[in-house]
Design a protein around this ligand. Sequence first.
Ligand code: GLC
Length: 737
Amino acid sequence: MLACMAGCTTGVQQSMADARIESLIGRMTVEEKVGQLSLYAPAGVDIVANPQAAQQSIDQQMADIRAGRVTGLFNNEGLEGKRRAQEAAVKESRLGIPLIFGADIIHGFRTVFPVPLAEAASWEPALAERTARASAQEASADGFRWTFAPMVDIARDARWGRGVEGAGEDVYVGRQFAAARVRGFQGSDLSRADAMLATPKHFAGYGAAEGGLDYNTVDLSERTLREVYLPPFRSAIDAGALSIMSAFNEIGGIPSNANAALLTGVLRKEWRFQGFVVSDYTADEELIAHGFAADGREAARRAFMAGTDVSMQSGLYMKYLPGLVAAGEVPKSRLDDAVRRVLRVKARLGLFDQPFRGLDKQDGPRFDAPAHQALAREAASRSIVLLKNEGDLLPLPRSGKKIALIGPFAGISDLFGPWRIFPDQAPPMGIEEAMRSRLASPDLLTVVRGSDVDAPIAGGIAAAVAAARDADIVVLSIGENEQMSGEARSRSDIEIPKAQQDLADAVAAAGKPVVVLLRNGRALALEGGVRQASAILVTWFLGSQTGPAIADVLYGDVNPSGRLPVSFPQTPGQVPYYYSHKRTGRPQLADAPAQMYKARYLDATNDALYPFGHGLGYARVRYDALEVQSGRMAWDGSLKIRARLSNTGRREAEEVAQLYIGARSASVTRPVRELKGFRKVRIPPGESTDVDFTLSRADLMFIGQNLKPTVESGPFDLWVGPSATQGLKSSFVLVPE
Ligand code: GLC
């Protein structure tokens, strides 16, 4: 029996388990070893969230499991099928090696939490850790012990559809959320029944696809790769992740799924990663389409020898690795290394000890569904970002004013976002139902759809304008539906679909104050009646508790505390847009008049419409004072920074104070600003509070000309403020050794 190894691991147990695994490897045939490196979707059911690939029959798949040719199944919902497959593996195969069941548990399972980009807007990694933990409790109750999450790709081009799955444009925020989600999914002890193995993905550079076009070519300098796209993966691995998913995209001509410099050089030699690498879906076979392999045999060899241990769905490893080993083109040692990694992780999950744990029919709930719904509501309301609130239009009154709720997102469609792939969620509540339940008199609310998501409705605008004229306040629920972001859902244009824009413009012309509720999986370029609205709330895809959470903020039960994890550009033409951009040799300074021969467009300023980090609340917060311990940071020292914030409003404030630095010069050009810390604090009305940060030399590290982590002495600016373009400013010098 392989003793549990995580949490309860002792040196003796570890070496016992390792010895048992070595003994097992010694008894395995080459085919059985390759079987541990072959992962499949369940046969006989429609493949979810992926292109349909050649599929075996259920009988064939069961026969393969009995023959030890399968390491696990993914996205196979239900306990019955898992138990049947596990019995075949454990009781009917020669060596009885248990299967692992994986799934895309991205933001919830039976309870759907806000999409990851929304949660990033809370700027509360601890909250994301809690929702990941709850997701693991729910999915492990369905027999899943491995999730293909967190997605930690930095995304700076809003045209890319998969930004919705990540934590936005910034490295520091991305690192915090990557680590928090790994801790949440895996819990404190991987051998626990409700622990799920995390899989930071997609390694690497996937979010840098040219044109924001999903799966497209990525061409990054190694410096940018190491400085921007790799750090969240490192944070995920440092948090204990024991699997990682290699990406579809190439970087500079080398597909990530077969990139030895990444998969072996960085992951193994530099980072000493002890887990296993799983390919993305048929990514090894796609090396042929890339033109990087002539056929399946070469694709299998290239991917495996570069460092992808497990092949997802293509079957190429099962088909070709035994022959490649026999031909001496794949060393037995490489094969054993990959198998060892997989078996050790299965042992740490307790699968050898208790392969049927969690697969038996359980009476009664195996997780606290009401508590998870409450958590979903808390996470959702804290992920909403208030972009503007002219005349303090919000919070809305519960009586005395007639409200017209207009737009295609007032109901229960498009609440979950693009990665809800399993059924049987508790029925969610939409905006209309939630608003009506808050009003003193339900007939104060009139609801008109006005237009479909991307097509007009005959008479829709006329009906909406009439409702607006008859109302005191308009609430406009518009934006993107679930099919407009997510995988394979890049958009060349990031504006509100025309039919809805026409609706918004017509309603705005009615002259009543408008509150926009944005439904979105990305930053959008807001125009016309949307942009000019009195108030705008970014509500993303908030999941099961969308309606109650939005109503909590609309009516003031919750003070909006979200901040943008992605910049909202003025126009689609500005993307890729991100705050931590370089100066260039001809910077058009934000507060200077537009000048010729400067880095600027003729038809737009370089500003964001709403910058990274921006968000308002129902209280007013003033940044009063900034104290920097000294103007000099000793080479081996640190620097304490304190900012005083005052709540000048009449209700409690929540503020995200952000610390940025800017190196004035270095041997490699540096961004104008880089986030190095944030504090989310509550401030009672009329009171002040101090927020403290400490900078050290490690925070000033960048990738030097030699592509190594580097720190150079010299002058730095620093800011503490409410966004990437504001804040109290100071400076310091890092003195040389
Ligand atoms: C998909 C996605 C990946 C997902 C995998 C399994 O193509 O790229 O994020 O985990 O396949 O569904």
